[in-house]
Design a protein around this ligand. Structure first.
Ligand code: CA
Length: 231
């Protein structure tokens, strides 16, 4: 990748400086916003490669910022990493409601932040590497255009949902464990992240309408994409 731009939206000056410093050390270009409104405006104007977004922000909170980025067709697939001080927010943050791609719980170490950022960016690069079309009756996945058609309708997926569907469909008929999916879709495996997979699967299924039965839950193991739908 050439110059990678990362937008950091955070009102706590110390954290903003710390994040900026550590990202710059890694060679990333950092854009800063200290309130939600400025964050949305910068995201839409500058189209960063990644947004690191605090949940509690003045003017417009992180949830609204996330929603606004997701609703705009030009920015709807932009990767978003949420920062949250409260673990109980996590399900909602990555769940149906918001569609963030990843999250970090405060306090976090700069090293962990950098690892996560690298993992998200690697996913984007991998996406370009495996760009073959995947087709099943009623489903078309076009990685090159980042497009999914379900029953002949365009369906808007986030970057993570797209990767998840692509990964499952590319391995159709085979069971993928949550660890496999974390590794292939998120680019890391940490303890306690299994439910990240589950919440994203839930959201993906919801967007798949009549095709959602293609994703089988294999209890205690993981998920499988069905090559054929049950009649
Ligand atoms: Ca804050």
């Amino acid at each position: 990748m050439s110059q990678v731009n990362i937008l950091v939206v955070e009102d706590e000056q110390d954290i903003l400086d710390l994040v900026e410093y550590n990202l710059q050390q890694e060679g990333f270009h950092v854009l800063r916003a200290t309130d939600g409104l400025a964050g949305v405006q910068l995201a839409k104007k500058e189209r960063p490669d990644l947004v690191i977004l605090d949940l509690m922000l003045p003017k417009m909170d992180g949830k609204e910022v996330c929603r606004s980025i997701r609703q705009d067709g030009e920015t709807s697939t932009m990767p978003i990493m949420m920062l949250t001080a409260r673990a109980e927010e996590i399900d909602r943050v990555i769940g149906f409601e918001l569609g963030a791609d990843d999250y970090l719980t405060k306090p976090f170490s700069p090293r962990e932040l950098v690892l996560r950022v690298r993992a998200v960016l690697r996913r984007l690069k991998d996406k370009v590497a495996s760009n073959s079309l995947i087709r099943f009756p009623g489903i078309l996945i076009d990685p090159e255009k980042h497009r999914v058609e379900i029953d002949e309708q365009d369906v808007r997926l986030t970057a993570t949902e797209f990767r998840l569907l692509q990964c499952l469909a590319a391995n159709s008929g085979n069971v993928l464990t949550r660890e496999d999916l974390l590794d292939q879709v998120w680019g890391y495996v940490y303890d306690g992240y299994a439910r990240t997979v589950d919440t994203h699967i839930r959201r993906l299924r919801k967007k798949m309408g009549n095709q959602q039965e293609r994703i089988d839950t294999i209890r205690g193991v993981g998920y499988r994409f069905r090559p054929e739908l049950l009649q």
